[in-house]
Design a protein around this ligand. Structure first.
Ligand code: C3B
Length: 840
């Protein structure tokens, strides 16, 4: 069928159709048109890949129309608008989402059919846009979906990395990273705006004029060029933008003389430097040049975005008789997604002071009323600190401004809150420790932003009580909580159509897709045998699809009748994948010791673990290797492998998540309490009727509250117990559980090969210190974890009970829609209102 012509089955396909056609024949004509007349491939070839690009382009036509209408509507109404600044977006694939949001999936499925293709196969041709790392990047993408769906005047800003987050290969040595070339062919979803270009400067010096004004001059100047990605809302015309900046050198920067002289590299030096800026997300920062590059990236995003925002503000003021800069915060809200875009603060100050000629007080008033900051972690290594000397070199004017903010903050506290004098050392922005003077970006954010928020209730409470406690006494209402959310479109409606249809059938409405609270309506049917059977068959279909995928990518065959137990997230010691695998090892050992009859009474399990380890994070990479080594032994052991499989799912990303989550029955969210700010995959699993085994950490706390504690497998220490437990450990008071010792010993004995796991296991021993002395309390929590796992096994045997718990998980997940989260940001932080494009 995937023949040689775009018109394989084209009996009734018109030559060209209106771009907004909804009739399958006309849609097919549009796809055909793109295959023929915006060709990217040799003619007469129309395989799934060509079908994908042509389909995507035909969808884009429609989006472009809605997009322009949205832009015009925003321009006309001139509402206050939010700009979401993020170094990461994990968009995943766009085609299914776009046709789903536009509600034209049936037309596309039919149209592709007419052309001899299958929609499912076609959408799989798309490479994930993986311009992010983990939860923070995916959150930004869920937020964009909700902003568009809620018709909010909002835009995202980010960087157009040439390579996405690395692709993870699993070899005999463990994880291997290779470049993820998501733009290898091209992305049909981005539109380059050749007219949107802003200069961004690095290095140089500050010139001081006789009237006292200052200007940043000289240094290197690169151009930021805008690439826009359309973000359609669900069943609305509103289509907003994700604007991604790419760095370019100016054409004048190419030295033709040097080139003709054979000095090719130096002739194009600035061009190759420009390419470095947006080459990869999170370049290694072990070296000084790596650190400098990361700082350049952050500034590049901030400077280009703010110039664009200011230009738009002025454009909309154009033609109005009088306007004042003090109106800026009533038109513009800037949200900083973690500290990575903190430089937006001094950059906005600089633009207002030096380019627009405002005085300090006025510029400060405008800036602080504009900017808000979200904190996503309390882990010390993720709280950014930049070397002052690097900052003085790269951004001399910004350092002057930061210095001044710091001075004024100190003075303000000394005058108004002399009682805080002793705390100032920790509260101030500059850490002038002579060994290593740094700028503390989180402090700069808290001092400058009008609002600071955490991402789950527990996390926000910890921020208030610990990390930012001193500031709370200065600005009691600055700190808010905004519990994270996920978009129900991608994470249920589109990735799990079987379950979605059942939900719609039983709720007698599809309104839940935009009003997720309606899911509580399922509670009354949780015991209903018909619903339970439908529920079970949807789950089974997803499990079968997942089993096929696992077989294809790992060669391991897994049994869809076993309990599918999944932990997928970045590999980090605090997320405790190590506890999961130690539990699997203990289970394996126990199974080995059983008689065949005893084994028959156990609950068969398939444990799947996936996630990427940062390339230089040694222990995380050891954990990946361990999971793979354990899998190799367990899965090939004929005595037990019908009762236990351990699978490492390679290259975890958004589209892999879309397969795993619908097929999951149990998922593990088992971080050391107090360390996972929120977690968002916990919400996705729960929404898809997957039960959670977890600690009282991050959003787990709220999920458990919503779905009912009897539907959650809880274990482990609570956040407030953690400091004392670490202290006890230091004082030699920890008594390990024999199961914990046995599992570690089994690895040390070489049961999983000759690789030296002692350094990894040693991190669980000893008395104290970060990364030593079991800082993450795996040993302490292990016994209660294993007990909770036993309750899981028991509960799974009671099929009706399990199905009821599963239904109640979905029914209780309404709170975790990112629509709810974004509505709260809109009302309580941004003060923006909907601006809907009229429906014709
Ligand atoms: C993550 C946190 O680790 C998660 O708990 C949280 O759910 C998400 O952010 C979204 O809020 N996070 C991340 O992915 N990257 C960081 N640098 C910091 C936090």
């Amino acid at each position: 069928v995937n023949g040689t012509s775009a018109t394989a089955k084209s009996e009734k396909i018109p030559a060209i159709a209106h771009p907004l056609a909804e009739d399958p024949a006309e849609v097919a004509a549009n796809i055909n048109y793109h295959a023929k007349y915006s060709p990217h491939f040799s003619p007469f070839k129309f395989e799934p890949e060509q079908a994908y690009y042509a389909s995507a382009e035909s969808v884009r036509d429609r989006l472009v129309q809605q997009w322009n209408e949205t832009y015009l509507q925003f321009h006309k109404v001139d509402p206050k608008q939010t700009y979401y600044l993020s170094m990461e977006y994990l968009q995943g694939r766009a085609l299914t989402n776009a046709i789903g949001n536009l509600n034209i999936q049936d037309a596309y499925a039919d149209a592709l059919n007419k052309l001899g293709h299958d929609l499912e196969e076609v959408v799989e041709q798309e490479k994930d846009a993986a311009l992010g790392n983990g939860g923070l990047g995916r959150l930004a993408s869920c937020f964009l979906d909700s902003m568009a769906t809620l018709n909010l005047p909002a835009w995202g800003y980010g960087l157009r990395y040439r390579y996405g987050l690395f692709k993870q290969l699993i070899t005999k040595e463990g994880q291997k990273e290779i470049a993820e070339d998501w733009l290898e062919k091209f992305s049909p979803w981005e539109v380059v705006r050749h007219d949107v270009v802003f200069p961004v400067r690095f290095f140089g010096r500050v010139e001081v004029y006789p009237n006292g004004s200052r200007k940043w001059v000289e240094g290197e100047v690169f151009q930021a060029l805008a690439y826009d990605v359309p973000i359609p809302g669900y069943k609305t015309k509103n289509t907003i933008s994700l604007r991604l900046w790419e760095a370019k050198a100016s054409s004048g920067d190419f030295n033709l003389f040097q080139f003709n002289d054979g000095q090719y590299e130096s002739a194009a030096q600035l061009h190759s430097q420009a390419q470095q800026i947006c080459a990869v997300l999170y370049p290694g920062d072990a070296t000084e040049s790596g650190k400098l590059l990361r700082l350049k990236q952050q500034f590049f995003l901030c400077s280009a975005s703010l110039q664009d925002i200011i230009q738009r503000f002025k454009e909309r003021k154009n033609g109005k008789d009088t306007w004042q800069w003090s109106e800026f915060p009533s038109k513009v809200a800037v949200q900083l997604n973690d500290t990575h875009p903190t430089l937006a603060i001094p950059e906005l100050m600089r633009l207002l002071l030096d380019d627009e000629g405002l005085g300090w007080d006025e510029a400060w008033d405008v800036t602080t009323r504009t900017v808000a900051y979200t904190n996503h972690t309390v882990l010390p290594e993720a709280l950014e600190k930049w070397s002052q000397s690097v900052m003085w070199k790269l951004l001399p004017r910004h350092m002057e401004i930061i210095d001044e903010i710091d001075k004024r903050f100190l003075e303000m506290i000394r005058v108004t809150r002399p009682d805080l004098e002793s705390k100032l050392h920790n509260m101030r922005i500059l850490d002038n420790n002579p060994q290593k003077p740094v700028v503390r970006m989180a402090n700069l954010c808290v001092v400058s932003a009008h609002t600071v928020n955490g991402v789950a209730q527990l996390h926000s409470d910890i921020l208030k009580a610990e990390l930012f406690a001193d500031y709370v006494s200065v600005w009691p209402s600055k700190l808010q909580n905004k519990t994270n959310g996920i978009t129900p479109r991608r994470w249920l409606r589109f990735c799990n159509p079987e379950l979605s249809n059942i939900i719609t059938k039983w709720l007698k409405t599809e309104q839940w897709v935009t009003n997720l609270d309606l899911l509580v309506g399922l509670r009354q049917f949780a015991d209903n045998a018909d619903l339970q059977e439908e529920w079970a068959s949807a789950k089974m279909a997803s499990k079968q699809r997942l089993a096929q995928y696992v077989l294809r990518v790992t060669g391991v065959s897994i049994d869809p009748n076993s309990l599918f137990d999944i932990q997928v997230k970045r590999i980090h010691e605090y997320k405790r994948q190590l506890m999961n695998i130690l539990g699997a090892i203990y289970r394996y050992k126990k199974l080995k010791g059983m008689s065949p009859d005893e084994r028959k009474n156990t609950t068969p399990r398939t444990i799947m673990i996936g996630g990427k380890a940062f390339a230089t994070y040694t222990n995380a990479k050891r954990i990946v290797k361990l999971v793979n080594d354990v899998g190799d032994v367990v899965n090939t052991d004929p005595e037990v492998n019908s009762y236990l499989k351990v699978v490492f799912v390679p290259n975890y990303n958004v589209s892999v998540a879309e397969l795993l989550i619908p097929g999951s029955e149990l998922s593990q969210h088992i971080s050391t309490a107090g360390m996972e700010a929120s977690g968002t995959s916990n919400m996705k699993f729960s929404l898809n009727g997957c039960l959670i085994i977890g600690t009282l950490d991050g959003a787990n706390v709220e999920i458990r509250e919503e779905i009912g504690e009897e539907n959650f497998f809880l274990f482990g220490a609570t956040a407030d117990q953690v400091p004392k437990l670490r202290q006890d450990r230091e004082n030699g008071l920890f008594k390990p559980d024999p199961r914990f010792e046995e599992a570690k010993q089994f690895i040390r004995s070489g049961a999983f090969g000759s690789y030296d796991y002692n350094p990894l296991l040693d991190s669980l021993e000893g008395n104290s210190g970060y990364g030593r002395g079991d800082y993450f309390l795996v040993g302490h929590d292990f016994p209660s974890y294993m007990d909770a796992q036993e309750s899981v096994d028991a509960a799974y045997k009671d099929r009706k009970k399990w199905l009821k718990m599963s239904i109640l998980s979905t029914a209780g997940s309404g709170k975790f829609s990112s629509d709810r989260t974004i509505s709260q940001y809109a009302k309580e932080i941004w003060n923006i209102e909907e601006c809907r494009v009229p429906s014709s």
